[in-house]
Ligand binder design. Structure first.
Ligand SMILES: Nc1ncnc2c1ncn2[C@@H]1O[C@H](COP(=O)(O)OP(=O)(O)OP(=O)(O)O)[C@@H](O)[C@H]1O
Ligand SMILES: NC(=O)c1ccc[n+]([C@@H]2O[C@H](COP(=O)(O)O)[C@@H](O)[C@H]2O)c1
Length: 172
Protein backbone atom coordinates (compact mmCIF):
# COMPACT_ATOMS: atom_id res chain seq x y z
CA UNK A 1 0.00 0.00 0.00
CA UNK A 2 1.24 3.52 -0.86
CA UNK A 3 2.23 5.47 2.25
CA UNK A 4 1.03 9.06 2.04
CA UNK A 5 3.55 11.63 3.21
CA UNK A 6 3.31 15.41 3.63
CA UNK A 7 6.22 17.88 3.52
CA UNK A 8 6.30 20.86 5.90
CA UNK A 9 9.22 23.31 6.18
CA UNK A 10 10.08 26.01 8.71
CA UNK A 11 13.20 27.43 10.35
CA UNK A 12 12.00 26.32 13.80
CA UNK A 13 13.97 28.98 15.69
CA UNK A 14 12.59 27.60 18.01
CA UNK A 15 9.97 24.85 17.35
CA UNK A 16 6.78 26.27 18.94
CA UNK A 17 3.16 25.32 19.68
CA UNK A 18 1.95 26.78 16.35
CA UNK A 19 4.23 24.36 14.47
CA UNK A 20 3.24 21.55 16.85
CA UNK A 21 -0.53 22.10 16.44
CA UNK A 22 -0.23 22.28 12.68
CA UNK A 23 1.85 19.08 12.52
CA UNK A 24 -0.76 17.29 14.65
CA UNK A 25 -3.40 18.35 12.07
CA UNK A 26 -1.20 17.25 9.14
CA UNK A 27 -0.58 13.87 10.81
CA UNK A 28 -4.34 13.19 10.70
CA UNK A 29 -4.33 13.52 6.87
CA UNK A 30 -1.24 11.41 6.03
CA UNK A 31 0.73 8.38 7.27
CA UNK A 32 4.03 10.22 7.88
CA UNK A 33 5.19 13.85 8.06
CA UNK A 34 8.47 14.91 6.43
CA UNK A 35 9.67 18.03 8.28
CA UNK A 36 12.24 20.24 6.56
CA UNK A 37 14.48 22.20 8.92
CA UNK A 38 15.08 25.24 6.73
CA UNK A 39 18.18 27.48 6.70
CA UNK A 40 20.01 24.52 8.28
CA UNK A 41 23.41 26.18 7.82
CA UNK A 42 22.45 29.08 10.10
CA UNK A 43 22.98 29.31 13.87
CA UNK A 44 24.33 31.71 16.50
CA UNK A 45 22.50 34.67 14.93
CA UNK A 46 19.71 36.78 16.50
CA UNK A 47 17.12 35.46 14.01
CA UNK A 48 18.62 31.95 13.89
CA UNK A 49 20.13 31.13 17.29
CA UNK A 50 19.89 27.31 17.20
CA UNK A 51 21.86 24.80 15.13
CA UNK A 52 20.22 22.26 12.81
CA UNK A 53 21.08 19.47 15.27
CA UNK A 54 19.49 21.34 18.18
CA UNK A 55 16.34 21.86 16.10
CA UNK A 56 16.32 18.11 15.28
CA UNK A 57 16.33 17.46 19.06
CA UNK A 58 13.44 19.88 19.69
CA UNK A 59 11.28 18.27 16.99
CA UNK A 60 12.17 14.66 17.82
CA UNK A 61 11.42 14.97 21.52
CA UNK A 62 8.23 17.03 21.06
CA UNK A 63 6.76 14.71 18.42
CA UNK A 64 7.91 11.51 20.15
CA UNK A 65 5.85 12.60 23.16
CA UNK A 66 2.83 12.93 20.81
CA UNK A 67 3.53 9.66 18.94
CA UNK A 68 3.68 11.38 15.52
CA UNK A 69 5.55 9.47 12.77
CA UNK A 70 7.98 11.86 11.17
CA UNK A 71 11.40 12.51 9.64
CA UNK A 72 13.14 15.83 10.47
CA UNK A 73 15.65 16.64 7.72
CA UNK A 74 18.02 19.64 7.88
CA UNK A 75 18.03 21.51 4.55
CA UNK A 76 20.54 24.22 3.67
CA UNK A 77 19.45 27.28 1.67
CA UNK A 78 20.46 27.62 -1.99
CA UNK A 79 21.28 30.81 -3.90
CA UNK A 80 18.99 29.63 -6.72
CA UNK A 81 15.24 29.56 -6.02
CA UNK A 82 14.58 27.98 -9.44
CA UNK A 83 16.28 24.71 -8.44
CA UNK A 84 15.25 24.73 -4.76
CA UNK A 85 12.38 22.22 -5.13
CA UNK A 86 14.74 19.71 -6.82
CA UNK A 87 17.20 20.23 -3.96
CA UNK A 88 14.44 19.48 -1.41
CA UNK A 89 13.29 16.37 -3.30
CA UNK A 90 16.88 15.12 -3.53
CA UNK A 91 17.26 15.26 0.29
CA UNK A 92 13.89 13.99 1.60
CA UNK A 93 11.74 10.84 1.66
CA UNK A 94 9.15 11.02 -1.17
CA UNK A 95 6.05 13.12 -0.37
CA UNK A 96 2.65 13.70 -2.01
CA UNK A 97 1.60 17.10 -0.69
CA UNK A 98 3.17 20.25 0.81
CA UNK A 99 1.75 22.31 3.71
CA UNK A 100 2.98 25.91 3.88
CA UNK A 101 1.95 29.54 4.31
CA UNK A 102 5.25 30.97 3.04
CA UNK A 103 4.36 32.64 -0.31
CA UNK A 104 7.69 31.74 -1.98
CA UNK A 105 7.52 28.11 -0.81
CA UNK A 106 3.89 27.84 -2.02
CA UNK A 107 4.81 29.38 -5.39
CA UNK A 108 7.87 27.19 -6.01
CA UNK A 109 6.09 23.90 -5.19
CA UNK A 110 2.97 24.83 -7.21
CA UNK A 111 5.13 25.69 -10.23
CA UNK A 112 6.67 22.20 -9.89
CA UNK A 113 3.19 20.64 -10.06
CA UNK A 114 3.15 19.46 -6.43
CA UNK A 115 -0.15 20.02 -4.55
CA UNK A 116 0.06 22.63 -1.75
CA UNK A 117 -2.27 23.07 1.24
CA UNK A 118 -2.30 26.46 2.99
CA UNK A 119 -3.45 25.77 6.56
CA UNK A 120 -4.67 28.47 8.99
CA UNK A 121 -2.29 29.94 11.60
CA UNK A 122 -2.71 29.12 15.29
CA UNK A 123 -2.61 32.08 17.77
CA UNK A 124 -0.08 33.93 15.65
CA UNK A 125 0.30 36.75 18.25
CA UNK A 126 2.15 34.35 20.58
CA UNK A 127 3.00 31.30 18.51
CA UNK A 128 5.72 32.93 16.43
CA UNK A 129 9.49 32.44 16.46
CA UNK A 130 10.11 36.21 16.44
CA UNK A 131 7.81 36.79 19.44
CA UNK A 132 9.42 33.92 21.40
CA UNK A 133 12.99 35.19 20.73
CA UNK A 134 11.89 38.70 21.79
CA UNK A 135 10.48 37.36 25.06
CA UNK A 136 13.68 35.35 25.72
CA UNK A 137 15.75 38.53 25.36
CA UNK A 138 13.44 40.44 27.75
CA UNK A 139 13.21 37.63 30.34
CA UNK A 140 9.44 37.45 29.73
CA UNK A 141 7.38 34.24 29.66
CA UNK A 142 8.21 32.15 26.57
CA UNK A 143 7.94 28.64 28.02
CA UNK A 144 4.14 28.62 27.63
CA UNK A 145 4.54 29.08 23.85
CA UNK A 146 6.60 25.93 23.14
CA UNK A 147 6.17 22.18 23.86
CA UNK A 148 7.65 21.07 27.20
CA UNK A 149 10.31 19.04 25.41
CA UNK A 150 11.56 22.23 23.73
CA UNK A 151 11.99 23.96 27.10
CA UNK A 152 14.20 21.04 28.17
CA UNK A 153 16.36 21.24 25.00
CA UNK A 154 16.79 25.03 25.26
CA UNK A 155 17.78 24.69 28.93
CA UNK A 156 20.24 21.86 28.12
CA UNK A 157 22.06 24.00 25.54
CA UNK A 158 21.86 27.26 27.56
CA UNK A 159 19.92 28.66 24.61
CA UNK A 160 18.59 31.86 26.19
CA UNK A 161 22.07 33.01 27.19
CA UNK A 162 23.36 32.18 23.72
CA UNK A 163 20.59 34.25 22.12
CA UNK A 164 21.38 37.17 24.46
CA UNK A 165 25.09 36.89 23.62
CA UNK A 166 24.65 36.82 19.82
CA UNK A 167 22.07 39.62 19.94
CA UNK A 168 24.36 42.08 21.73
CA UNK A 169 26.24 43.42 18.73
CA UNK A 170 23.59 42.90 16.04
CA UNK A 171 20.11 44.26 16.85
CA UNK A 172 17.37 42.18 15.18
N1 LIG B 1 1.25 30.00 14.82
C1 LIG B 1 1.37 29.21 13.73
N2 LIG B 1 0.36 28.39 13.39
C2 LIG B 1 0.45 27.61 12.30
N3 LIG B 1 1.50 27.59 11.47
C3 LIG B 1 2.54 28.39 11.77
C4 LIG B 1 2.54 29.23 12.91
N4 LIG B 1 3.69 29.92 12.93
C5 LIG B 1 4.39 29.52 11.86
N5 LIG B 1 3.70 28.60 11.14
C6 LIG B 1 4.12 27.98 9.89
O1 LIG B 1 5.42 27.44 10.03
C7 LIG B 1 6.20 27.76 8.88
C8 LIG B 1 7.29 28.73 9.23
O2 LIG B 1 8.00 28.31 10.30
P1 LIG B 1 8.99 29.32 11.06
O3 LIG B 1 9.88 28.47 11.88
O4 LIG B 1 9.60 30.30 10.16
O5 LIG B 1 7.97 30.04 12.06
P2 LIG B 1 7.81 31.54 12.47
O6 LIG B 1 7.12 31.48 13.78
O7 LIG B 1 7.13 32.29 11.37
O8 LIG B 1 9.30 32.04 12.67
P3 LIG B 1 9.99 33.52 12.68
O9 LIG B 1 9.08 34.42 13.45
O10 LIG B 1 11.28 33.21 13.34
O11 LIG B 1 10.15 33.93 11.24
C9 LIG B 1 5.28 28.44 7.87
O12 LIG B 1 4.73 27.52 6.97
C10 LIG B 1 4.23 29.03 8.77
O13 LIG B 1 3.01 29.19 8.12
N1 LIG C 1 16.39 29.21 -2.36
C1 LIG C 1 16.25 28.76 -1.14
O1 LIG C 1 17.18 28.30 -0.51
C2 LIG C 1 14.90 28.78 -0.48
C3 LIG C 1 13.73 29.06 -1.15
C4 LIG C 1 12.53 29.03 -0.42
C5 LIG C 1 12.53 28.75 0.94
N2 LIG C 1 13.72 28.49 1.55
C6 LIG C 1 13.78 28.19 3.00
O2 LIG C 1 12.63 27.53 3.44
C7 LIG C 1 12.36 27.90 4.77
C8 LIG C 1 10.97 28.44 4.78
O3 LIG C 1 10.57 28.56 6.06
P1 LIG C 1 9.80 29.86 6.62
O4 LIG C 1 8.37 29.64 6.21
O5 LIG C 1 10.05 29.70 8.05
O6 LIG C 1 10.45 31.07 6.04
C9 LIG C 1 13.41 28.95 5.17
O7 LIG C 1 14.45 28.30 5.86
C10 LIG C 1 13.88 29.46 3.83
O8 LIG C 1 15.22 29.93 3.86
C11 LIG C 1 14.88 28.49 0.88
Amino acid sequence: MHMRRAFYIGRFQPFHLGHYSLIKDIARDVDEVVIGIGSAQKSHEPKNPFTAGERVMMIKHALEDAGIKHYAIPLEDLQRNAVWVSHIISMTPPFDVVYSNNPLVVRLFKESGIPVEQPPMYQREGYSGSEIRKRMLRDEDWKSLVPEAVVDVIEEIDGVNRLKCVSKSDAD
